[in-house]
Ligand binder design. Structure first.
Ligand code: C2E
Ligand code: CA
Ligand code: CA
Ligand code: CA
Length: 279
């Protein structure tokens, strides 16, 4: 029985990968899916509470699996990272995002912010600069603002290459956001080094609005700290009107969460962009 538990544990360790228990290995299955263009972007709006408009969208990857249906990223991205497949998957998704947006460019308000989640491994060489340049070249200058979201849990080490990378990205007008802020340990020096433009306060802190003394105190500390860093703030995972009011009162202007909209495919995004925002 003990051995069985060990084996099950080992299988479970493969990224809780339901799809991998078939005849092919998970890696082979991911590669097949990549070649078949099964990784697709969904888009979730970020709302500017000052005017109720959509400030932009975050791109969130989904796996449109032929038999399993829509697979959420938690079920394949950790594995894709371990197998070194996340970089080509992100590249393929960025091409799709560009196609989606170019086809509807006229509908996008000027200066529309588009965020992409980038894994630390993607920052190990300068190819990302070419990818961003190519992405932006598809739009009139300034029409789309590209933001790269780097999670605070994967710290990027400062090397000659990363210094060149982030300086070239800045030259292109690409902005940097620290994702899941509060869950890692980025220092002020780190935020300066990478010229961070946005902090995305992790959802776990936003949920503390609804709780009592101690947790709420934690949230207040994170907000105080963020404000003092003088970087634009985005609150993620806003689910209730109460949370939204609380954050707006404290000067957090950009909000993202189910209260406003869930991640959606491109056709629904552009349908929604055509209807004016409700007050
Ligand atoms: P994340 O970057 O922190 O993205 C926010 C997650 O919170 C998304 O989950 C989003 O659907 C979810 N969310 C948004 N609003 C709410 C809300 O009000 N309530 C709750 N409970 N959840 C909310 P999703 O799409 O499942 O993505 C999970 C994670 O997978 C992302 O977390 C990100 O770390 C990773 N991920 C997604 N797409 C990509 C990608 O293209 N590349 C990389 N490297 N990672 C990605
Ligand atoms: Ca993110
Ligand atoms: Ca996040
Ligand atoms: Ca998160």
């Amino acid at each position: 029985q003990w051995l069985l538990l060990v084996i099950l544990g080992a299988l479970g360790g493969v990224g809780s990968f339901r799809l991998g228990l078939r005849s092919t290995s998970p890696g082979t299955e991911l590669k097949r899916a990549l070649a078949a263009s099964e990784f697709v972007p969904y888009y979730q709006p970020v709302v500017d509470t000052e005017n109720g408009c959509w400030h932009g969208v975050e791109t969130l990857m989904r796996w449109q699996h032929p038999t399993e249906g829509l697979v959420p990223p938690d079920q394949f991205i950790p594995l894709a990272e371990r197998l070194g497949l996340i970089v080509p998957m992100t590249r393929a998704m960025m091409r799709k995002v560009r196609e989606d947006l170019v086809a509807h460019a006229a509908q996008l308000p000027a200066g529309f912010h588009l965020s992409i989640n980038i894994t630390a491994a993607h920052c190990e060489n300068l190819q990302l600069v070419d990818e961003c340049r190519e992405f932006l070249a598809a739009f009139p200058a300034g029409h789309v603002v590209l933001i790269l979201e780097l999670t605070e849990r994967q710290m990027i080490t400062s090397t000659e290459v990363t210094r060149q990378l982030f300086s070239a990205l800045r030259g292109l007008g690409v902005r940097i956001a620290i994702d899941d802020f509060g869950t890692g340990h980025s220092s002020l020096a780190y935020l300066r080094e990478f010229h961070v433009d946005f902090l995305k306060i992790d959802r776990s802190f936003i949920a503390m609005v609804d709780s009592h003394a101690l947790s709420r105190h934690l949230l207040e500390n994170i907000l105080d700290l963020s404000m003092r860093l003088q970087v634009a703030l985005v609150a993620e995972g806003v689910e209730s009107v109460e949370q939204s009011h609380y954050l707006t009162q404290r000067g957090v202007r950009l909000l993202q969460g189910y209260l406003f909209a869930k991640p959606m495919p491109a056709d629904r995004l552009f349908a929604a962009l055509q209807t004016p925002p409700s007050p």
